[in-house]
Write a protein that binds this ligand. Structure first.
Ligand code: AHG
Ligand code: MN
Ligand code: MN
Ligand code: MN
Length: 335
């Protein structure tokens, strides 16, 4: 796709601000700062094999996951990049059990930042695409003191912006502030994100389904029937394909561009599945919906779920409108 009149991320955000006055200059400043953090993390990711940043920290996080050095690098980088400038009243991260308060001397702002600093970290050593996910809300707690946990537990439809960075063959920054979805590819020659995906719209149907088939035996009957139906069907004369990276950002990015479905269901062992609502499913569902797709937990719209805790999980079925509608029919039939 030709690079539209050399549209950089900063220019796009500032022009967007003129188009949508409700997106205050502050939101622009936040997105620009996230772009800077993305460049720094991308630099570290792209040389991970060469410096002492692979492997484990020896710590485990609240999910019982072994924390990778790159998880912690991205976590600390985002906090350092975002904790000044007076934009936020509180933050929260996959890698911190509790909410993150700003340093005492910092000005308190009216926004909330939730993030998964490094998504897909089991893929780092295999040099497979990984990502960063962010979600932004306005504070709802009163007063101008530090934010509280309620500010971080709002339903996803209240996000003012959300997006992700995918560190793959190229580094792509994708965001939406509610008016379209835009992708910017980092040109490492001069360290600028250039508009490469203008106003992304997800196809109404796709030929790819994305799910960890290793969990097949613990799926619901309806889901098993749906997957068997796909395997026996054709789309535009060709059989369906299974593609599963194991990094949610990479699987969602491909689903956004090619269409189809990404699914991480609950099962008998983990009824709520594996993926976290607040900093994985909400921001990525916001993007999928802004591009014309659908994201549900099997019953309800993901963005209408009200989180009850920071790290709670939810099943997720997201992607092309027609595909998710057909999946829902299979799930409903076998309830
Ligand atoms: P994270 O690396 O942030 O903990 O997230 C990993 C998640 C998500 O990226 C991916 O979709 C999922 O784990 C893969 O889980 P399985 O290996 O169970 O399929
Ligand atoms: Mn993790
Ligand atoms: Mn993740
Ligand atoms: Mn993570």
């Amino acid at each position: 796709m030709p690079l539209k009149q050399f549209m950089t991320l900063p220019r796009h955000i500032l022009e967007g601000e003129k188009l949508h006055p409700e997106a205050t200059g502050e939101l622009s400043a936040i997105l620009l700062q996230l772009g800077l953090a993305a460049k720094v993390i991308s630099l570290e990711v792209n040389k991970a094999g060469l410096v002492e940043i692979l492997g484990f920290t020896g710590k485990t996080n609240v999910h019982g996951e072994d924390v990778k050095k790159l998880d912690m690098f991205a976590h600390e980088m985002l906090i350092r990049a975002m904790d000044h400038g007076g934009h936020f009243c509180v933050m929260a991260s996959e890698e911190d059990e509790n909410i993150i308060h700003l340093p005492p001397h910092q000005k308190i702002g009216k926004y909330v930042l939730l993030f998964d600093p490094l998504d897909g970290s089991s893929n780092i050593e295999a040099n497979v695409s990984i990502g960063t996910i962010f979600s932004i809300y306005k504070r709802i707690s009163k007063g101008d003191g530090p934010g509280v946990i309620e500010d971080c537990l709002q339903p996803g439809f209240k996000q003012v912006a959300a997006g992700y960075i995918v560190y793959g063959p190229s580094t792509i920054f994708v965001y939406s502030a509610g008016h379209g979805v835009y992708g910017f590819t980092l040109d490492p020659a001069f360290g600028e994100f250039l508009l490469s995906h203008d106003n992304i719209k997800i196809p109404a149907r796709g030929r790819i389904y994305s799910i960890n088939e290793g969990n097949y035996n613990s799926w619901s009957r309806g889901l098993k029937k749906y997957i068997k139906h796909l395997q026996a069907s054709k789309f535009e004369g060709k059989p369906y394909q299974l593609r599963y990276v194991g990094s949610m950002v990479a699987d969602i990015h491909r689903t956004l561009l090619y269409g189809g479905t990404f699914m991480y269901p609950g099962d008998k062992r983990n009824p709520k599945g594996k993926l976290r609502l607040v900093y994985e499913c909400n921001p990525l569902s916001f993007i999928i919906e802004a591009a014309g797709g659908v994201a549900i937990d099997g019953e309800r719209r993901i963005l209408e779920l009200t989180p009850s805790s920071l790290h709670e999980r939810t099943p997720i079925f997201a992607g092309s409108k027609d595909d998710i509608e057909l999946l829902k029919k299979f799930l409903d039939e076998e309830k």
